[in-house]
Design a binder for this molecule. Structure first.
Ligand SMILES: *Cc1c(COP(=O)(O)O)cnc(C)c1O
Length: 347
């Protein structure tokens, strides 16, 4: 256990994360999976306000179509419909949801777009510990790319109304959207940030929750004087070493160029899908390509067809999405997008 002791890989990785994330991120808490890092983030927010004598701030505000994990705290802030809240109603904490923004990435954000969020924050701020969002890209809840200006306005409103901002960078972190972290698109800094998934390049399970000096010191100086979470495998040395190595490989590679090339390849490769009557929308951001259909795919039919075409893609609902590794070359990317087109056109 990490309780009361430390080791070199944990220290090195924590330093590295502090170095590459937004400047205000100064403290790191390691855990084993993305969902747990979200639980940790939510607990941090609650303990922070508790230490400041505001024990009524225990709720969270988020937008619909989000995804934050499968454990109970994380599930409570995941989209109520996609997240199947109806199955768990008596156990699941009730949080505040507002409609997701309709302004897409690259667009401005009007007052109307932010109004539902602003209203909910203003009326319920006494009970809200934090806002939790996936920055720019809503992943498993709908693969939606929203306006950076919306995120910037959310951040401003959180500051104005004394509510913390948690950004879940588990899917977007480490270059996926073209910036090292998606919050850089909006030039904002969260109070708490979650990373996971590609933290170790997907090799070993590890996640981290980062926060500011202000939040960590307030928790440490409050009652009970410690942060109330302690996973057995916290900062597992093997996992930390894999993360250090993976981050080193990423930063030493021309990752920005690679992601731009993938973006171009995805745009070019998926464009032909717009001809299909079944296709509603194609969108690409960084190394994420999405084909949105009018109707949900039948997994039992489509999965073997994709395998026969030589690729492994896992669509969900109306979404066929691609998030290839950054080392993919143009010819593999062409194979991938051609297979998606071929299978969709033959359905
Ligand atoms: C995958 C994911 C999680 C959950 O991470 P796990 O490691 O699967 O528990 C949380 N948030 C986002 C945005 C994710 O994409």
């Amino acid at each position: 256990m990490f309780g009361g002791l430390t080791h070199e890989p944990a220290v090195e990785l924590a330093n590295k994360l502090v170095e590459i994330t937004p400047q205000a991120m100064q403290s790191v808490f390691f855990s084993d999976s993305g969902s747990v890092s979200v639980e940790v983030a939510m607990k941090m927010a609650i303990q922070y306000w508790n230490a400041k004598g505001q024990q009524y701030k225990q709720k969270f505000l988020t937008i619909r179509h989000g995804y934050h994990g499968d454990t109970f705290g994380a599930m409570s802030v995941t989209d109520p419909v996609n997240g199947m809240h109806s199955l768990f109603t008596d156990t699941l904490a009730q949080q505040y949801f507002v409609d997701a923004p309709t302004c897409s990435f690259g667009e401005t954000c009007s007052d109307d777009d932010i109004e539902p969020f602003r209203q909910r924050l203003e009326t319920s701020k006494e009970k809200i510990a934090a806002v939790i969002l996936e920055p720019i890209v809503q992943g498993a809840g709908g693969m939606r790319f929203y306006s950076a200006e919306y995120l910037r306005r959310v951040s401003e409103l959180c500051n104005q109304h004394d509510v913390l901002l948690i950004l879940d960078e588990i899917a977007t972190g480490f270059g996926r959207t073209g910036k090292l972290f998606a919050c850089e698109h909006a030039n904002i800094t969260p109070d708490i940030m979650c990373v996971g998934k590609s933290l170790t390049g997907g090799y070993v399970t590890l996640a981290a929750t980062l926060t500011t000096e202000e939040v960590s010191q307030t928790i440490s100086n409050g009652d009970p004087g410690i942060f109330m979470h302690g996973p057995t495998f916290m900062a597992n040395p093997l996992a930390c070493t894999a993360a250090i190595t993976s981050i080193k490989l990423l930063l030493e590679s021309p990752w920005q160029q690679n992601v731009m090339n993938i973006e171009q390849g995805l745009v070019q490769g998926l464009e032909r899908c717009t001809q299909l009557n079944s296709v509603k929308d194609i969108r690409v951001l960084g190394a994420i390509g999405v084909v949105e259909l009018y109707q949900a795919v039948d997994m039992k039919t489509i999965q073997p067809m994709l395998v026969d075409a030589g690729v492994w893609v896992r669509p969900f609902g109306r979404l066929v999405y691609l998030m290839p590794p950054f080392i993919i070359d143009q010819s593999d990317l062409e194979t991938l997008t051609a297979a998606v087109y071929q299978v969709l056109s033959s359905l």
